[in-house]
Design a protein around this ligand. Structure first.
Ligand code: PHE
Length: 471
């Protein structure tokens, strides 16, 4: 039976930019810099780069090759490979479904900050309580979320080549230019505080890139390793079916090995540049303590930094949030596309109809998440020691629980059941050499499953519990 005409990316660069669009998101700009600041600067960077080239590459290659070889989405791809492993498709589908509920909410927050800077209210954003009073408000977070979601749905509605590929091909180079621009500006900053201490952007750069081994113990090193690993997962958008979907749109003559390297370089490059832009700026205006703010960095600490820059801060703030919105939008597109593509395959419906229905369902779910800060507010202790609201619970289930678990199962399936050769053949299907083939086999069979099991035990709090027993 001849398959229905399948959507494809028109070119290899279109694929690379779309996949990089998925990979580069709030994770790169928001989470990477604060992890780097927390986890010993250059030490974290070094560990991260080694992990991207080995472990990240292994997971990315697996997803993309799986998609291209089966030409199907996660829900069906796993079942095609082996009937017994069909459940893994369902499990994988759950991840974008969960992430979709909250990613648009964060996208809405970013959109709100664009409007704030556009209307020159940067001063208000720098005040204590601005962020909290916004997210706890009953209506406005929902309105901004809907705006962001509508834009995402519009692009997915237009299809793979005319929507996703076209849009990513414009946005991603634009994002790169903006981020390089602000990073360079950040390095030129200098400020003298009330105690007469002058700090410069270049000193901030050193704080960022110098490996800091102070207080390193085996336990702390493991902690940094696990932070880098879970960041990598989220950042490369692997183990959630997204790269399987995008892989299924790649033509057979595309050199996968080279494209994957380009995606890794793009994603890691943007994360590095985000650190280069944020860490020196925060250091100049608030010193090293300013960087310990964790997740509140983007919405609480940075507006204070923009305010301290004076008049130019409003423009820099505006450019910054536009850039974050670009990054979040292309990621959100990949999440929605994965949901739509899977459902089209299952229900045999048209793209437009599926997109509309899923868009509406997502709007409802995201509105509930928005209410997690007012009507449904709670403080739930998580197994990993953090306190969570509704949004964090979704994030925890998808990223800390499901993703390592899915990865572990995928490694077992590929490494031991169908064997790495199955993936390697696909990587070489275009006639190009797969230079990291030996490393790939070794990683997928031995190293990655062990690392995934450790990550899973850590994020589900089992390590915590065991450590508690010995205290
Ligand atoms: N990779 C994106 C980031 O770093 C996040 C993302 C998660 C994108 C899940 C798609 C799906 O922000």
């Amino acid at each position: 039976m001849e398959a229905k005409k399948k959507s494809t990316f028109s070119s290899s660069i279109g694929f690379v930019l779309s996949a990089a669009g998925s990979a580069v998101g709030v994770g790169n700009i928001w989470r990477f810099p604060y992890l780097a600041a927390k986890d010993g600067g250059g030490l974290f960077l070094l560990i991260y780069i080694v992990l991207v080239a080995t472990f990240g590459f292994t997971l990315l290659a697996t997803d993309v090759a799986l998609g291209r070889r089966t030409r199907q989405n996660a829900l069906k791809a796993f079942g095609t490979i082996s009937k017994k492993w069909k459940f893994l498709g369902y499990l994988t589908f759950l991840v974008p479904a969960l992430i979709m509920t909250y990613y648009t909410v964060i996208g809405g927050w970013v959109t709100k900050y664009i409007v704030t800077y556009l209307t020159a209210q940067g001063g208000a954003a720098a005040e204590d309580g601005y962020f909290t009073s916004f997210i706890t408000a009953p209506v406005s977070p929902i309105v901004f979320m809907l705006l962001f979601l509508a834009l995402t749905a519009f692009i997915v509605y237009r299809g793979v080549e005319n929507g996703i590929e076209k849009f990513s091909s414009i946005i991603m180079p634009g994002l790169l230019i903006l981020i390089v621009g602000i990073a360079l500006f950040s390095l030129t900053l200098s400020h003298t505080d009330a105690d007469g201490v002058t700090r410069t952007g270049l000193q901030g750069l050193l704080v960022y890139i110098t490996p800091n081994f102070k207080g390193i113990t085996a336990e702390r090193f493991l902690g940094i390793l696990l932070d880098a690993m879970s960041q990598l997962f989220f950042s490369l958008s692997v183990s959630m079916g997204i790269m399987i979907t995008y892989g299924s749109y790649v033509k057979k003559d595309v050199n996968l090995s080279r494209s994957l390297s380009q995606i890794e370089i793009f994603d890691t490059g943007v994360a590095f540049l985000a650190g280069l832009m944020i860490i020196p700026a925060v250091f100049v205006f608030s010193g090293t303590e300013g960087m310990a703010s964790g997740p509140s960095l983007m919405f609480v600490s940075l507006p204070k930094v923009f305010q301290a820059m004076g008049g130019v801060g409003t423009i820099i703030g505006l450019i910054f949030f536009i850039m974050v919105a670009f990054a979040a939008l292309t990621s959100c597109i990949s999440i929605l596309e994965t949901l739509v593509a899977n459902c089209m395959e299952i229900f045999h419906t048209t793209r437009k109809k599926t997109c509309l229905v899923i868009g509406l369902l997502s709007a409802g779910a995201a509105a509930v998440i928005c209410m997690g800060y007012n009507l449904f507010y709670f403080e739930l202790p998580l197994p990993n020691g953090q306190t969570a609201q509704l949004l964090d619970v979704m994030d925890y289930i998808s990223n800390s629980f499901l993703m390592p678990f899915i990865s572990l199962l995928t490694c077992i399936l590929v490494g031991w059941v169908i064997k790495p050769k199955w993936i390697i053949e696909e990587m070489e299907a275009s006639g190009h050499r797969f230079s990291r083939k030996k490393m790939y086999s070794f990683m997928i069979k031995y190293v990655t499953p062990v690392m995934m099991a450790i990550l899973f035990l850590q994020s589900t709090g089992v390590f915590h519990m065991i450590a508690g027993l010995f205290k």
